[in-house]
Design a protein around this ligand. Structure first.
Ligand code: NAD
Ligand code: WQD
Length: 342
């Protein structure tokens, strides 16, 4: 059974990926400093899969801790690197916090992987690297645009660091550019844990529905889109998690000679903010209190993925729709309100 290190494995996407890896027969060890997650997620994962993943709490920016950890786990075959800070607005306010955490953790990891001959890396990148693309759907070949936040810039720089390093080392790496991950595992035992006021649309919707927020603001209805609200490619987090297992498997195959590959992970469909609100209302039988407000600074108008490369080369495609995702997000919010991870 191959052992995989999942950094950020108690986080939102990481925890769902740990479940999929375990269910595909991998042994998983998690490293997380719990800066944006809870150790209780380890128990929740165990409830779903019946297998308790090994968990180590430390900061990946701490090189000594990473060395000590690897001494204990000399047989790690691959790494899926989720750990990062991800709040766009906060990154504008505290850029050094973001450059330090997101890039030092990455270079530390690449160094130790090189020292210990660990040759497979899957990295969490983002569709944010495309900015507002000129052509839609956006493919992996579209030009990278100047990042509009330090957070977004850390993803661009990280891809470059991995690319440069892979070409002079034995590392094979896959960067996965996520579009907008939403929803929860069907058990509703794990999900997104936004700290403070959520920036993202779906947690804001579910918190409004449960009564934690008075009302939802729709940021702009004067975009050049059919209903005037902005369009994104919302992907179920379980579909996203499964792609990581496939990416890890791809690096085992000799046909994958590429040193560094990039794949879009999205559904290939765009939905507007109003589509998401109406689908949530219909799927869950709830009326949401929402108002139209001014556009949010820095938002792009519309973006959705060209998924052909992921479909054809990776052999992966999404299976779960928007309605399923929004039902699962609501089930998770209700479980959170009942203190499932308090
Ligand atoms: P998350 O905050 O839920 O998970 C990240 C985890 O990493 C957290 O548990 C946090 O405690 C941990 N962490 C952060 N810095 C660390 C460090 N230095 N050492 C150890 N642990 C550390 O975020 P998520 O939504 O699961 O995102 C996972 C990855 O995917 C991130 O790299 C994020 O930038 C990327 N991504 C997320 C989205 C999204 O919308 N959620 C979209 C595109 C890309
Ligand atoms: C989606 C749509 C909002 C909240 C962010 C990051 C990006 C990436 C994904 C990590 C937009 C609208 C939202 C609300 C609203 N993350 N909205 N009212 O903006 O696509 O991207 O997450 O890499 O880097 O910037 O996602 O969920 O914030 O917004 O109307 O209260 O919902 O304007 O059109 P976004 P989001």
């Amino acid at each position: 059974m191959a052992k995989i290190l999942v950094t950020g494995g108690t986080g939102y996407i990481g925890s769902h990926t740990v479940v999929e890896l375990q269910q595909s027969g991998y042994e998983v060890v998690i490293v997380d400093n719990l800066s944006n997650s809870s150790e209780k997620i380890v128990d929740q994962i165990t409830k779903i899969t019946g297998i308790k993943p090994r968990f180590h709490k430390f900061d990946l920016c701490d090189r000594e801790a990473l060395q000590k950890f690897w001494d204990e786990h000399t047989d790690i075959e691959g790494v899926i690197h989720f750990a990062a800070y991800k709040a766009v607005g906060e990154s504008v306010q505290f850029p050094l916090k973001y450059y330090h955490n997101n890039l030092v953790s990455l270079t530390n990891l690449l160094e130790i992987m090189e020292q210990r001959s660990c040759k497979k890396l899957v990295f969490s990148s983002s569709c944010t690297v495309y900015g507002q693309p000129a052509e839609l759907p956006v493919s992996e070949n579209a030009p990278i645009q100047k990042a509009n936040s330090p957070y977004g810039n850390t993803k661009q720089i990280a891809e470059e660091i991995i690319f440069d390093h892979a070409y002079v080392s034995s590392l094979k790496a896959i960067a996965l550019r996520y579009f907008n991950p939403i929803g929860s595992h069907e058990s509703a035992l794990i999900g997104e844990l936004p700290i403070g006021v959520p920036n993202n649309l779906v947690p804001f919707i579910t918190q409004t529905a449960i009564g934690k927020r008075d009302s939802l603001k729709v940021w702009g209805d004067d975009y050049d889109t059919p209903d005037g609200t902005a369009i994104r490619d919302y992907i179920h987090v379980v579909d996203l998690a499964k792609a990581h297992v496939v990416a890890m498997e791809r690096m085992d195959k000799t046909i994958a000679d590429e040193k560094f590959e990039v794949f879009n992970l999205g559904t290939g469909r765009g939905n507007s903010v109003l589509d998401v609100i109406l689908t949530f209302e219909q799927a869950n039988g709830i009326k949401l209190n929402y108002q139209i407000a001014q556009r949010r600074e820095g938002d792009v108008e519309k973006v959705w993925a060209d998924t052909r490369k992921a479909n054809e080369v990776l052999g992966w495609k999404t299976q779960l729709g928007l309605e399923t995702a929004l039902k699962s997000a609501w089930a998770w919010e209700k479980n959170l309100a009942e203190g499932i991870v308090d």
